[in-house]
Each structure stands twice: as structure tokens, then as C-alpha cells.
Design a protein around this ligand. Structure first.
Ligand SMILES: O=P(O)(O)OC[C@H]1O[C@H](OP(=O)(O)OP(=O)(O)O)[C@H](O)[C@@H]1O
Ligand SMILES: Nc1nc2[nH]cnc2c(=O)[nH]1
Length: 175
């Protein structure tokens, strides 16, 4: 059991389970993007740990960049997405791979897809470590999913509860 501020969490995905899945995703992305020099776009803050581990499991030439959006406060979506750091690269004609830690309601991703697709990329793919199919409110197709999970709040491995818990090696679920 884990306590962060006023909430209790139980273990959900172990370090080993996450590691194995991240290795699989890295291999698959390397195979699919060989010779394409994709621009891999991480969505801060939550993605930092997954992004770094995933990149270490790829063995192709690629470039990385980040955008920052926020929609979640405490344990719920605010229903609006704020752009905190925008897209600075020229992405016209590039293969773009968007990396997220979690797609929940899909609001953040649908916002990002609009932004990215308006800048004429050659292709767009979405990678998310976690996906909550039951929570989706927007028709988002995630191309590479680490784990489909139930509609419960999770923390760890980059994901926070009220700013804390991002440094945990494992993922925990709200009790
Ligand atoms: O599908 P949605 O309901 O939009 O939720 C997913 C978003 O929520 C989290 O970010 P958050 O807004 O908490 O910002 P953070 O990454 O800085 O923690 C996560 O990193 C996604 O970007
Ligand atoms: N920490 C955390 N952030 C989220 N953002 C969207 N869903 C979640 C979740 O389950 N946990």
C-alpha cells in the first residue's frame, strides 16, 4: 500500500512488467520506422520517464522534441487543455510519433492531433503507455498501446497525484 497526501494506492504494474512492455514497443517502433527518421514528440510532464526508457529501446535514427499541455488537476480532467509549451519545430513532411504516458478521456490527444495535423506532417502515429478504453470521450486511435487499463486513477512512472509520485518505478492504482 502507498499513501500520497490524502489518498491510498495499491500496486498495479511492476517495474519488470513495464520494462518488458517498453522493450516490445521500442522494437516494434524501430521496425516500423527504419529509414524514416521520425520526429518523436513527447507530451510533458507525465511522459518523461516512459519517453526516456522507450527511446533507449529504439535503434534507428530519429529526432526528439517536446510539447507541454495540461488538462488534469488532482484526480480528474478539467475538461479543457492548456498549451504550456507549443510546437516549435517545422514538422511539414515529417513522420511524427506522439508519445504520451496515458490517454484517458482523449481530450489532450485530440487537442494535440489538431495542432500537429494542421502543420502538414507526412504521417502521425500515437504511442501511449496506458489507455483507458472505458474513459475515452473522443474517437482516438492509439497505434501503439502499452497497457489497456480500467477506468481508475493511477500514479507512478511519470504520472502524478497532485504533483507527487512521478518518481515511482512502478504504477499504482487508487484503492
Ligand atoms: O486523455 P486525457 O483525459 O486528456 O488525460 C491524459 C492527459 O493527462 C495527463 O496529463 P496532465 O494534464 O495531468 O499533465 P501532466 O502530464 O503535466 O501531469 C497525461 O499526461 C495526458 O497528457
Ligand atoms: N496521474 C494520472 N494522470 C492522469 N491523467 C489522465 N488520467 C490520469 C490518471 O489516471 N492518473
Amino acid at each position: 500500500m502507498l499513501k500520497i497526501k490524502d489518498k491510498e494506492f495499491i500496486p498495479f504494474l511492476t517495474e519488470e512488467e513495464i520494462k518488458r512492455r517498453v522493450q516490445d514497443l521500442g522494437r516494434q517502433i524501430s521496425k516500423d520506422y527504419q529509414g524514416k527518421n521520425p520526429l518523436v514528440l513527447g507530451v510533458l510532464n507525465g511522459v518523461f520517464m516512459f519517453f526516456s526508457d522507450l527511446m533507449k529501446e529504439t535503434d534507428i535514427s530519429l529526432e526528439v522534441s517536446f510539447v507541454k499541455v495540461a488538462s488534469y488537476e488532482s484526480t480528474g480532467s478539467t475538461g479543457k487543455v492548456n498549451d504550456l509549451i507549443g510546437l516549435v519545430e517545422d514538422i511539414a513532411g515529417r513522420h511524427i510519433i506522439i508519445i504520451e504516458d496515458i490517454v484517458d478521456t482523449g481530450l489532450s490527444m485530440s487537442h494535440l492531433l489538431k495542432l500537429v495535423s494542421s502543420k502538414s506532417p507526412k504521417s502521425i502515429a500515437i504511442v501511449s503507455l496506458l489507455l483507458k478504453p472505458e474513459a475515452l470521450e473522443q474517437p482516438i486511435e492509439v497505434d501503439y498501446v502499452g497497457f489497456e487499463i480500467p477506468n481508475k486513477f493511477v500514479v507512478g512512472y511519470g504520472l502524478d497525484y497532485d504533483g507527487e509520485g512521478r518518481n515511482l518505478k512502478e504504477i499504482y492504482q487508487l484503492k
